[in-house]
Design a protein around this ligand. Structure first.
Ligand code: IDP
Length: 146
C-alpha cells in the first residue's frame, strides 16, 4: 500500500507520485483522498510508538487529507520502495520520489509497505472491501508477463 502523505497533497505532488507507479506498469486496485484519524495513524505507525518522533509523525499524516493507494504488480513491494527511495530524502537517490522532491525525514512525501504482511495489515486500516477492485488482476498479470 502506498500513501501520498500530507506534504505531497499540500505541495500538489499527488499526480507526480501516482504517475510514477502507473508508468512502472503497476495496477491500481484502490485509490482515495481521505482524512486519516488519530486512531488510524497510530495503528499504521504502531512499530514506531514510543520513539521521539512518533507524536510528530502522527500529526504529520493527520494534518491534511492524504491519498491512499493499493497497487499490485510483479514484486510490487520492492519496486515501489525503490521508486519511493530512502527514508531520509537527503540519502535518497535522485530519480526516486524522495530524492527528487524531499528535503527532510520528517516530510518525506510517500509511504510504501515494506512486506506483504505489512501491506495486508495497512490495507485493512485504510480501505474496506467495497473500495478495492480486484478485477484489475487480469490487467496486472497481462502487463507483467514473463
Ligand atoms: P519508511 O517510511 O521509509 O518505511 P520507517 O523507518 O518505517 O521508514 O519510518 C516511517 C516514517 O516515520 C518515515 O517515512 C518518516 O516519515 C518517519 N520517520 C522515521 N524516522 C524519523 C525521524 O528520525 N524523524 C522524523 N520522522 C521520522
Amino acid at each position: 500500500m502506498i500513501l501520498a502523505k500530507a506534504d505531497a497533497v499540500v505541495r500538489g505532488l499527488v499526480g507526480e507520485i501516482l504517475a510514477r507507479f502507473e508508468r512502472r506498469g503497476y495496477t491500481i486496485l484502490g485509490l482515495k483522498l481521505m482524512h486519516v484519524t488519530q486512531d488510524q495513524a497510530k495503528r499504521h505507525y504502531a512499530e514506531h510508538d514510543g520513539k521521539p518522533f512518533f507524536p510528530g509523525l502522527v500529526d504529520y499524516i493527520t494534518a491534511t487529507p492524504i491519498v491512499a493507494m493499493v497497487i499490485e504488480g510483479e514484486d510490487a513491494i520492492e519496486g515501489c520502495r525503490a521508486t519511493i527511495g530512502a527514508t531520509n530524502p537527503i540519502k535518497a537517490t535522485p530519480g526516486t520520489i524522495r530524492g527528487d522532491y524531499g528535503q527532510t525525514i520528517g516530510r518525506n512525501l510517500a509511504h510504501g509497505s515494506d512486506s506483504p504482511e505489512s501491506a495486508q495489515r495497512e490495507v485493512a486500516i485504510f480501505f474496506n472491501d467495497q473500495e478495492l477492485f480486484p478485477r484489475a488482476h487480469v490487467l496486472g498479470d497481462w502487463i507483467s508477463a514473463k
